[in-house]
Design a protein around this ligand. Structure first.
Ligand code: MN
Length: 201
């Protein structure tokens, strides 16, 4: 059985950028529902509980057709949110360092240019989805996915993700997605993003 990972900080820890009520509903209701519905889908093929979620998302063609879309939606939702909570932290933000910073500067010429391009990708999503910094063919790449699709389905590995569903912002920002994204940069835990980057490289 898959289960909700522990939130690494209290609901109000990311205020004023992300409000406590949004964190509480997002984590305890939305994320919990993805976990529950993933378990319900896999319940029809209990042997699939043995496979890591990453494996199922990388190999969706091996998932039985009648539960495939449920695994993509709810397994993707579970995996995306599990990453999202950890790449944010209180007293965070700022800029990356080390090898991650070097590669960002090499590809986008500066952190500011990278931030601008990532922000534009996030704001360009039509409907619900995610903006990502992922690794593809050993190189960093800014990407987006629709709904709860995982980057793993495309053979890419996520190191930073931004939830662009309205449920992630609506209570505090309503339709002001640009304010949500610019506030969110203040919550990014670059040490955790760097840890994930090193792990992949
Ligand atoms: Mn969400």
């Amino acid at each position: 059985m898959h289960s909700l990972p522990k939130l690494p900080y209290p609901y109000d820890a990311l205020e004023p950028f992300i409000d406590a009520k949004t964190m509480e509903i997002h984590y305890s209701k939305h994320h919990q529902t993805y976990v529950d519905k993933l378990n319900a889908a896999l319940g029809k093929y209990p042997e699939l509980f043995e496979k890591p979620l990453e494996y199922l998302l990388k190999n969706t063609s091996q998932v039985p057709e009648d539960i495939r879309q449920a695994v993509i939606n709810h397994g993707g939702g579970h995996h995306n949110h599990s990453l999202f909570w950890t790449i944010m932290a209180p007293n965070a933000g700022g800029i990356p360092s080390g090898a991650l910073s070097e590669e960002i500067n090499q590809i986008w010429s500066s952190f500011e240019k990278f931030k601008e391009e990532f922000t534009n990708a996030a704001l360009g999503i039509f409907g619900s989805g995610w903006a990502w910094l992922g690794i593809y063919q050993r190189k960093l790449k800014i990407c987006t996915t629709k709904n709860q699709d995982s980057l793993l389905m495309e053979g890419k590995i996520p190191v930073l993700g931004l939830d662009m569903w309205e449920h992630a912002m609506y209570l505090l920002y309503q339709n002001r997605k640009n304010e949500y994204v610019s506030a969110w940069w203040n919550t990014v835990s670059w040490p955790e993003v760097e840890r994930r980057y090193k792990e992949v490289k």
